[in-house]
Write a protein that binds this ligand. Structure first.
Ligand code: GSH
Length: 209
């Protein structure tokens, strides 16, 4: 297996934390997004999506998308389950991940990519170019405010996303809070429950991945 990673990017970090929690090491290749290596012929031949992360299996099968890659890794490394321990938990972790993808990663990407000069014409990742829309940057910031408030309410009654069970949803959430710092969104002082959760997940050794 080979993991196509970029040390500075939030999406592949989710896979790195997942692997660290599992205690699994995989050969990895760094793709320097700042240098545009995702558009190189060599990389586009592996995946025309021009995005990381990617996982290439020994038989050449290419897996893309964080949630799909982690779902596969969970199947082949089932010890210490992170995607749910029962059918109900698996559905609940998927639901949190879907919501976090939409309301966290998309919101952060909206805010960052539509306002950062270096991303002019690159408002969306992937092989197609899109112009920046400043209103979307504004909306992304508002969506992050709302997400933080919603998560604070959730963590008032829950140690982790899934009660007392640390899961893939916590990995997604941690990565979003750190990604939000790129657009100068920090956990508000009044979100004490969200801050308590963040400190707890950020203290785990895997958070350094
Ligand atoms: N939906 C994808 C998102 C992947 C993604 O957005 N990757 C970013 C890095 S965080 C990327 O490769 N960007 C390339 C670019 O900006 O050109 C997933 O879940 O894996």
């Amino acid at each position: 297996m080979k993991f196509y990673d970029c040390k500075t990017a939030p999406s592949p970090r989710r896979v790195r934390i997942f692997l660290a929690e599992k205690g699994v090491e995989i050969d990895s290749v760094q793709v320097d997004l700042a240098k545009g290596e995702q558009f190189s012929d060599a990389f586009m031949k592996i995946s025309p999506l021009a995005e990381v992360p990617l996982l290439v299996l020994d038989d050449g099968t290419v897996l893309s998308q964080v949630n799909a890659i982690c779902r596969y890794l969970e199947e082949v490394f089932p010890e210490n389950p992170l995607c749910g321990r029962t059918p109900v938990e698996r559905a609940q972790v998927d639901a949190f991940n879907g919501l976090l993808q939409m309301n966290g990663f998309m919101a952060g990407a909206e805010a960052f990519r539509n306002a950062t000069p270096g991303f002019k014409n690159r408002a969306m990742p992937g092989p197609h170019n899109y112009s920046q829309i400043p209103e979307l940057a504004e909306r992304g910031l508002l969506r992050l405010d709302n997400l933080f408030a919603d998560l604070d309410a959730h963590f008032a009654d829950n140690q982790f996303f899934m009660g007392d069970y640390y899961s893939m949803a916590d990995i997604s959430g941690l990565t979003i809070v750190d990604f939000a710092k790129w657009v100068k969104k920090f956990i508000p002082e009044n979100c004490v429950h969200l801050q308590r959760w963040y400190d707890q997940v950020n203290d785990r050794p895997s958070a350094k991945a």
